[in-house]
Design a protein around this ligand. Structure first.
Ligand SMILES: N[C@@H](CC(=O)c1ccccc1NC=O)C(=O)O
Length: 305
């Protein structure tokens, strides 16, 4: 009996009504510090202000193409002192694979570049233009591009928020042989992510995504990790799963169960619930050097060097 308990727990969302699922997967409705309708505008405002500041105060290369597609661009921000062997931090923005842009996602650039980290913010083709399979391939190619451009890097640290954490987690399942180079991935930071996409099929978020059951399952790291034996990162590569105190119960469940799966398959996983933050200020606060998640990121990067 005990062996079947996790599987039963994993499908617990199936008992929720359509209305409750919609609420659970609407992150702004769980924010307590302001009205739900103001949350996303505030988040985008903070992100675009941080991006303006990063572009004004840091050396950068903007719209660097990592592929031939029009949307396949990244912004790269550099520390003041030039080094050929810096750690690289790649951020994948969220927005349910249908909103968000690299141009308002440079939250963490100033605090991280101040400590000698090169920060790249990647753009990908959001829906309806892009499919989940395309986005996943774009993120993989952006990592390959970074590895080729900076072959002596001191590790690539991949961070994603929400839908971006999902895309980051999919890189734990990537097959690098077809790309001809394996990115030097040394850490994953998965912030308020979604790892099982099946519940989303039953919410309004699926309208532009058009996920059928096979699409949702093929793109669910929670599911794929358990059945895929070959993994591209070793047991020494830390994978941090982080969720905000005020994320919804379903987001908490998704993070906890994904952490448990990572741990079970032998990855160096850790799980942290950050107190006092929600789905949005968990990322907005990365503009600050003294933020707890900024400090966790810096520790992850510099303790593993
Ligand atoms: N429509 C959603 C927006 C949202 O979930 C979101 C917005 C910006 C960045 C990340 C988000 N969530 C997941 O990717 C909401 O307001 O709850």
């Amino acid at each position: 009996m005990a062996a079947s308990a996790p599987a039963a727990g994993r499908a617990s969302w199936k008992t929720l009504s359509a209305e409750e699922l919609e609420k659970q997967y609407s992150p702004s409705r769980w924010v307590i510090r302001m009205k739900a309708e103001d949350v996303v505008n505030t988040f985008v405002g903070t992100g675009s202000q941080a991006t303006r500041k990063a572009r004004a105060t840091r050396r950068s290369q903007l719209d660097v193409p990592y592929g031939d597609g029009e949307g396949e661009k990244m912004d790269i921000y550099f520390p003041d002192e030039d080094s050929k062997a810096s750690p690289l931090f790649l951020f994948i923005h969220g927005g349910y694979w249908q909103s968000g842009s690299k141009d308002d996602s440079a939250f963490m650039v100033n605090p991280l570049t101040a400590q000698g980290v090169v920060v790249a913010i990647v753009a990908y083709d959001i829906a309806p233009r892009g499919t989940l399979d395309l986005m996943r391939d774009q993120v993989a190619r952006s990592l390959v591009f970074l590895q080729r451009r900076y072959p002596s890097n001191k590790g690539i640290y991949l961070c994603g928020h929400s839908a971006g954490a999902h895309l980051a987690a999919m890189m734990l399942l990537a097959s690098w042989t077809k790309h001809g180079v394996t990115p030097n991935l040394q850490g994953f930071l998965l912030v308020s992510g979604i790892y099982d996409l099946e519940p989303l099929m039953h919410t309004s978020q699926n309208a532009p995504l058009h996920m059928a059951l096979e699409d949702a399952q093929r793109n669910s790291p929670q599911r794929c990790l358990e059945v895929t034996p070959a993994r591209p990162v070793g047991p020494a590569c830390p994978v941090l799963v982080v969720v905000g105190q005020y994320d919804s119960p379903e987001f908490h469940r998704q993070s906890r169960e994904f952490y448990e799966t990572l741990h079970r398959v032998g990855l160096k996983a850790s799980f942290q619930e950050l107190p006092g933050v929600d789905h949005f200020d968990i990322i907005e606060n990365l503009t600050r050097e003294d933020d707890i998640l900024t400090q966790i990121i810096l520790k992850t990067i510099f303790l593993s060097l």
